[in-house]
Design a protein around this ligand. Structure first.
Ligand code: MN
Length: 341
């Protein structure tokens, strides 16, 4: 249904939040989905909203489009795992579906078909590259995180936010802001975080699970990746890679490598940092960060991906060397364009 109905992109965020609040209030059953290979903002905003809706007496079900789900380790620190089901048992045509932190329909993976058949699709997201989909679009590229938007929605709906649900939302805010460092961290973000921290949950333990829970083996893979860091001055790029062979040799899962990019981006010599990680299916996932001068969302979009101005990514359909060369070429062309005017 949502595919035929053009989203009201001109609608203000406040009006969209109000419409979403009304639909959710009137609905006894809500299905929630987030993007594939969820990060703490995707999963935290989904489980946080689910926890709130459940406390309002609604029947909720959550999933994401990977089969099997393969939940990340830090999920054990979040309330709401009981709402999760495998995508194959997710409602085929839910009355109301909420898609969280999902920058484009294809990021729904296996749940795309369920979303297309849903009566109402509420999209809550903060990715600037989101083309706009769903019947209600709550898209605020200035928001630090989807979790921040969910909190604003919950405030509009009114009612008790359980402590465990608050912790889920906090996980989304604290990770997507880089622990309140990145440029999208506004006074509003800090207000939301302060409201969430009023609830009873162990934020220090949660932070440890989110940021300091790697294995020794994953440190060794990080060492290999850092040893390979390459500087390409003409592209203003510093980059490295990890292959499935590296991971197999050290018995590490690719999901343990999310923070490699946070180390590579420390190099002051280049504006853009990149990590290319080979996934279990053999394809290469490209993570990009900018120190401020490059719109990496635009670069990622050129390769079929998306994200934020200073943090974005895409999945390459070619080999490692071609992937790196194509990226270097795109960055060089971008730099020439900027120099021209
Ligand atoms: Mn996010």
């Amino acid at each position: 249904m949502w595919g035929r109905k053009a989203p009201r992109v001109s609608e203000t965020i406040t009006a969209a939040l109000d419409r979403a609040a009304k639909v959710l209030k009137d609905s006894p059953r809500v299905a929630l989905a987030c993007h594939v290979n969820p990060d703490p903002d995707a999963l935290g905003s989904m489980l946080g909203l689910a926890g709130f809706l459940s406390a309002q007496g609604k029947e909720v079900v959550c999933s994401w489009g990977n089969q099997p789900l393969a939940p990340p380790r830090w999920l054990s620190e979040l309330d709401g795992a009981g709402f999760l089901v495998e995508p194959k048992v997710f409602p085929k045509n839910p009355d109301v579906l909420v898609a969280l932190d999902t920058a484009s329909p294809d990021r729904l993976g296996l749940l795309l078909a369920n979303t297309e058949r849903a009566g109402q699709v509420i999209v809550i997201d903060h990715h600037r590259t989101n083309p706009g989909f769903g019947s209600i679009l709550v898209l605020d590229p200035a928001a630090s995180s989807t979790a921040e938007l969910v909190f604003r929605l919950i405030e509009r709906m009114g009612g008790e936010l359980p402590d465990g649900a608050a912790a889920c939302l906090y996980a989304g805010v604290v990770t997507d802001t880089g622990r309140f460092q990145y440029e999208a961290t506004t006074p509003e973000t800090l207000r939301v975080a302060a409201e969430l921290r009023r609830r009873k949950f162990d934020h220090a333990r949660l932070g440890q699970a989110l940021f300091e829970d790697g294995s020794i083996a994953s440190l060794r893979v990080l060492g290999v990746a850092l040893d390979r860091v390459t500087h390409v001055p003409e592209a203003d790029l510093v980059w490295t890679y990890v292959t499935q062979a590296d991971l197999a040799r050290m018995s590490v899962d690719v999901a343990e490598l999310d923070d490699v990019i946070d180390m590579v981006r420390r190099a002051r010599e280049a504006d853009v940092a990149c990590v290319i990680k080979q996934q279990a299916d053999g394809r290469f996932r490209v993570s990009l960060r900018s120190r401020g001068n490059t719109d990496v969302a635009a670069i990622a979009q050129g390769f079929g991906g998306g994200g934020h101005r200073l943090a974005a990514g895409y999945t390459s359909t070619t080999g490692l060397e071609e992937t790196a060369l194509a990226l270097i070429d795109a960055l060089r062309r971008g730099r020439t364009r900027r120099a021209d005017g």
